[in-house]
Design a protein around this ligand. Structure first.
Ligand SMILES: Nc1ncnc2c1ncn2[C@@H]1O[C@H](COP(=O)(O)OP(=O)(O)OP(=O)(O)O)[C@@H](O)[C@H]1O
Ligand SMILES: [Mg+2]
Length: 253
């Protein structure tokens, strides 16, 4: 059986100015390959600057790779930096969800814009979809009339989740999306994510510095170091017997 998501030999460099006339290329990701099954969670850990957010952006289509491929359900959705614009199946949630929301739009208008832009649903169907999605993430229907500043931190993460889920994605990438929440709210959000996964078979890519969270909710683990995968396997196996020095150091913290 083919995996839901297959990442093959992704690489990414940035150009840096090194002096007035010369430029340097800085390789942020080198030859990244892994797979994610439907209904599973893959966690990515690594020191700061190891390339986790860069990888998240490539996966969600917010930036393009220099080389490599991303396949979803066996179909190529990105090949050497060229993205299939139709693909809305991988969505991302950021750490600072308030900053990623337009302060001048109510949540309902924001979700409606998203549906108008990406689907051909009529007004009635869009309204139904918004109501259903808000309920899915544990928000009230009336929350669609709220502006971002009217929500608490935990609620804002639910709004960000609603925005990610409104287009029925197959994979949600969470880049430190739970880090700023206080522990009880984080636990509630984790339970919500797990329930959604159970109910709908959603897959997650979880980027976090919280190792207990990684162990609690991920099935597979990728360890990044200076843009390279130094360890990849079942989470429990790696926690019990980390092979690389980098993983041993990260897990001992
Ligand atoms: N647009 C860019 N131009 C140049 N360099 C960049 C750019 N974006 C990221 N980088 C560099 O790529 C490297 C990886 O950055 P990235 O944000 O992916 O790290 P990270 O693993 O997410 O770190 P953290 O845990 O701190 O969030 C860093 O050295 C960063 O400076
Ligand atoms: Mg990051």
């Amino acid at each position: 059986m083919q995996p839901l998501l297959k990442v093959q030999a992704l690489s990414k460099s940035f150009n840096l100015r090194a002096g007035l006339f010369s430029r340097k290329r800085f390789e942020v990701l080198k030859n990244i390959s892994f797979c994610l099954e439907q209904g599973e969670t893959l966690a990515i850990i690594g020191e700061t600057g190891s390339g986790k957010s860069t990888l998240a952006k490539l996966l969600a289509g917010a930036d393009s790779a220099d080389a490599g491929q991303i396949l979803l359900d066996g179909n190529i959705i990105e090949n050497k930096g060229v993205r299939d614009q139709q693909c809305r199946h991988i969505r991302m949630i950021f750490q600072d969800s308030e900053a990623s929301l337009n302060p001048g739009l109510t949540i309902g208008d924001m979700l409606d814009d998203c549906l108008q832009y990406n689907t051909s649903l009529n007004k009635v169907n869009r309204a139904e979809k918004i109501t259903a999605t808000l309920s899915k993430v544990g928000l009230l229907n009336d929350h669609q009339y709220y502006y971002p500043h009217m929500f608490s931190g935990g609620q804002l993460q639910r709004v960000a989740l609603a925005r990610a889920l409104i287009l029925d994605p197959k994979v949600v990438v969470l880049d430190e999306a739970l880090s700023s929440l206080d522990p009880s709210v984080r636990a509630q959000t984790v339970n919500l994510l797990l329930k959604l996964q159970q109910d709908t078979g959603l897959s997650y890519i979880l980027i976090t510095h919280h190792l207990s969270l990684v162990r609690h909710i991920s099935d597979q683990l990728v360890v990044l170091d200076h843009g390279e995968i130094v360890e990849y396997g079942r989470t429990e196996d790696i926690f019990q017997k980390p092979q690389s020095k980098v993983t041993q150091k990260l897990l001992s913290c």
